[in-house]
Ligand binder design. Structure first.
Ligand SMILES: *Cc1c(COP(=O)(O)O)cnc(C)c1O
Length: 431
């Protein structure tokens, strides 16, 4: 039988088969479960070494291209793309910690990451201590235990817009021979590259600024490639001890890249949060315009923040670009090219004012997302932070009148006009 003479059903699934090379300038989308082996030895080599492509859960050329792109943008040695930001955070933490281990995390992190730590990783025997005063290195240091395997924080945190003093906290991690893992979702590598300031690992929700258009979910881990087995091996037995059947250790095979190699070969494909190659393509295409978008969004956001800060209906604006923000000086030291575009504004009118705000906007979209080309608004106290107590919310900077804004790339005058119409103290209906 040949494909040319095959019958209908065989023809249907074989006739499109194509081995012709083509130098596609855009990243080709390899939307395939697996890859054909050239011969018997090729298959055996792939399973033995892990090199090349065999099955899309363990590697795919489209995904790989985007990993190279994101590693380069973050100034990292290598990257691992995952199905969502949650998957990236979970995979990063499961690559450094196991049962009996301990993590020190910022109190000011995404609620999903917090839930992962307090509910899911806790059930697996990984304990977390939360640090509230994240600017104080001593607060981090005093939370360390012999079993601590990582520090975890966000470069710019929601809702208070705290900016992490990356170098100071990285120094605490370094002295303990453990990695500082920074969730850089809100800053993006356009504004801040944590690996250049001493962090070891960066994670992102690529669903936000990296993809940028609110159309896909994704996540990424970027590693600095500087794992030092001699210095940190006692905190990473899984990387320095021989593998199953006496195989050479991950560190022996991958050197400084041991952490990300372990995440790629062992954690990610086993837990299985593999990105779709199509989503990877969209993330890669989005990341091509990351700088343009973040520059514009940051400029728009600062203008909106300044305008809001002057408005009678506004009690406070938590935006690090404003000199009144407690972390403004840290932001000046760390953020280049803008101050970010996700921040909160607290209205004097409390809950009723917040309700009429989210229901009254027309250019802004009322939804739970950030980092989109479109401007978005959400009321955290009744949505993302509804499970927290009122006291906890207060500590996190979330009050009944607080709304979170994510500023897009629209024309600034349209954004200000929308805010002006919704903030008019007593909007009279003209009859
Ligand atoms: C959204 C978000 C996440 C989770 O990412 P998903 O892509 O939604 O899974 C993690 N960290 C931060 C800071 C986020 O904003």
């Amino acid at each position: 039988m040949s494909v040319e003479t095959a019958r209908f059903a065989t023809t249907a699934v074989h006739a499109a088969r194509n081995h012709a090379p083509a130098a596609s300038r855009a990243t080709p989308v390899y939307l395939t479960a697996g890859f054909e082996f050239e011969d018997f030895d090729h298959a055996a080599d792939h399973f033995g070494s892990g090199d090349g492509f065999g099955y899309s859960r363990t590697g795919n050329p489209t995904v790989r291209a985007v990993e190279r792109q994101l590693a380069a943008l973050e100034g990292g040695a290598d990257a691992l793309l995952l199905a969502s930001g949650q998957a990236a955070v979970a995979t990063a933490l499961l690559s450094v910690a196991g049962a009996g281990d301990h993590i020190v995390a910022s109190e000011h992190i995404y609620e999903g990451s917090r839930g992962l730590l307090v509910d899911n990783l806790a059930r697996l025997g990984i304990e977390t201590t939360f640090v509230d005063d994240i600017a104080d290195p001593e607060a981090w240091r005093s939370a360390l235990r012999p079993s601590t395997r990582a520090l975890f924080a966000e470069s710019i945190a929601n809702a208070r817009n705290d900016v992490l003093d990356v170098s100071a906290i990285a120094a605490v991690a370094d002295a303990a021979a453990i990695p500082l893992i920074v969730d850089n979702t809100l800053a993006t590598p356009y504004l801040l590259r944590p690996l250049e300031r001493g962090a070891s690992i960066v994670v992102h929700s690529a669903s936000k600024f990296l993809a940028g258009h609110g159309s896909v979910l994704g996540g990424v881990i970027v590693d600095d490639g500087r794992f030092d087995a001699a210095k940190a091996g006692h905190n990473a037995a899984h990387l320095v001890l021989p593998g199953r059947g006496g195989a050479p250790s991950v560190a022996a095979r991958h050197g400084g890249l041991a952490r990300i190699a372990y995440a790629r070969a062992s954690v990610a494909p086993r837990f299985g949060a593999t990105p779709s190659p199509l989503n990877a393509f969209l993330i890669g295409q989005g990341a091509e315009t990351l700088g343009l978008r973040v520059e514009r969004q940051s400029r728009n956001a600062l203008a909106v923040a300044r305008w809001l800060a002057e408005h009678d209906a506004v009690e406070s604006v938590d935006h690090v670009g404003l000199p009144s923000h407690p972390d403004h000086d840290t932001a000046v030291r760390y953020l280049h090219g803008g101050y970010g575009s996700v921040f909160t504004v607290t209205l004097r009118g409390g809950l009723p004012a917040a309700k009429s705000f989210v229901e009254g906007v027309r250019v802004f979209t009322h939804m739970t997302h950030i980092g989109d080309v479109r401007s978005l608004v959400l009321h955290p106290a009744s949505t993302s932070h509804v499970l927290r107590t009122a006291e906890e919310r207060e500590r996190l900077g979330i009050r009944p009148g607080t709304v979170r804004l994510s500023i897009g790339i629209e024309d600034i005058d349209d954004l200000i006009e929308d805010l002006a119409q919704v903030l008019q103290p007593a909007r009279e209906v003209v009859r």
